[in-house]
Design a protein around this ligand. Sequence first.
Ligand code: PRX
Length: 659
Amino acid sequence: MSSTIDSILIESRVFPPARKIVAGATVSGMESYKALCDEAERDHDGFWARHAQEHLKWRKPFTKVLDESNAPFYTWFEDGELNVSENCLDVHLENGNADKTAIIFEADDGKVEKATYRQLHARVCRIANGFKALGYTKADRAIIYLPMSIEAIATMQACARLGITHSVVFGGFSAKSLHQRVVDVGATLLVTADAQMRGGRAIPLKSAVDEALADEGGDIVRKVVVYRRAGTQVAWNNERDVWLHDIEAGQPDVCEAVTVSAEHPLFVLYTSGSTGKPKGVQHSSAGYLLWAKLTTEWVFDTRPDDVFWCTADVGWVTGHSYIAYGTLAAGLTQIVFEGVPTYPNAGRFWDMIQRHKVSIFYTAPTAIRSLIKAAQADPATHPQRYDLSSLRLLGSVGEPINPEAWIWYYNNVGNGKCPIVDTWWQTETGGHILAPLPGATPLKPGSCTLPLPGISTGVVDELGNEVAEGRGGFLVIKKPWPAMIRAVWGDEERFKSGYFPPELKGYYLAGDNAQRDADGYYWILGRTDDVLSISGHRLGGTEIESALVAHDLVAEAAVVGRPDATTGEAIVAFIMLKDPVPEGDKAEAIAAQLRDWVANQVGPIAKPRDIRFGNNLPKTRSGKIMRRLLRVVAEGNEVTQDVSTLENPDVLKQFTGVY
Ligand code: PRX
């Protein structure tokens, strides 16, 4: 294992929680936080058992808590049985929340539709009955390729109700990526829409599904259920395709939830790693839901009258834990937004917070940074032009938030009175890991603060030994936790070697570099692998390289990230063509062609920002591409590092044109 550990300037400003916030908080004061940590330290199993009993409704109680006998394939509450959808919906029909609004859906065009817990429950039951009538059971897996909608959440919940393992694919991924996931997960059901509406435009989804399923292995999918969202024309396969409204029609409003074991895979979500192929991160039912619910209540310090808004898409893990599951299990009222933050203008988020009286707002640093820019360009979209007084808590997720953006968010959106919870976690962790508790933890802009109670994190060297304060190292999680990844779908070896390398004492290796300050606060320094974070979306550099070299014109490609003030990182591709290095218009034309190709192979979010052509790529004598040096070139800097290991040091001078 090797890493480049950069040092960062540590912020010195500290924001202790206001007395008013401490008073009513779920976890009130640092003593309460420490008491919970101590409880978990003293009796790890007992701590988790207590929460699992208090927070979940079991159909058969568990007698075992953590089973480590087949580590790292840990299991939690293994002999217990429950249903996730019952825990998210039915429980609220019995506890007085039946007529509470569960979802406030706002469409791209501003149209608002609401569903109470009773209505959402009925909708989920009708869809589940429809799936059942088509013959689906808990032995099946479903791919969900839907836009943000009540239907997307209801479909996930309907799958959970029947024990169908779902795998949501973000609508920004291409037919090729969709095909890869259908085949890898072995999906027999696919749920999609005719199109998705974004910024006033209809972007087709069903046609991508048709393309994906026409490829080899795509015929494993027996039925494609289509939600009519945009009313656009779609091609129709009478044998295979059915409308969502047709399968729901005439179905009863109740559907008995299927009992599943605590370890039953609730979902598989694909994410990028250090090899070309995305990996299917498999999550459990009970352990996952417990942590999604508990962290919702702890970290967002939720109250019954909150209006919660997480701006993520259900295609990412944030949309799973803090839209589709944790927030519903916690009985919150939440916003589900179909559109984009810049349509009809960059004041959309602030306008929605004002109109819906949002009290908790959870978004990504990249959104904040782009809205700062937009507010500078058009003062009418500045958050201070809106009444944001309903807000009491702000959150950040997906990438490090730079202190400047933090302070802007704090002052201009939170009016200097809302704590910001900077939450560090991953697809693999299922829920927050490092995050402040708003009624307890003093905040430092740019730090995701401390591990949550029950979570044991560390910063270690190559041998798993703790590094000194202020030194960078590998971020690890030392003890298993209930929401942890259970498997990489269909790839035991990748799970074991990727996440639990033997030299690290059995710790879970996150893949991030971090350092701790004198107060034990964590500062995330970036990934240790070639995973890129583009607008908070996780993409694999190797995945994009594989797509590029699959193009007829390309001989070799290397992809790196360069820092970008708005999107966090921007993709830079260094390309060696089979033909000589192109220049001018010809280079522009090839670059455009390659961008479209990547959009088609992976998805539009993976398009390289800069393309640089050269005669060859910098390699070590053993033939390894030196991405470290390419990063320097990508940033427009002169290479001052030692290049003696390079086969041909002059190779770095050739990438002059940026297309
Ligand atoms: O590098 C870390 C970064 O996002 C990675 C996980 O990406 P993904 O699985 O897509 O999940 C994103 C949403 C949880 C991490 O390895 N990351 C996530 N949150 C933060 C972060 N980096 C710094 N600060 C954060 N708060």
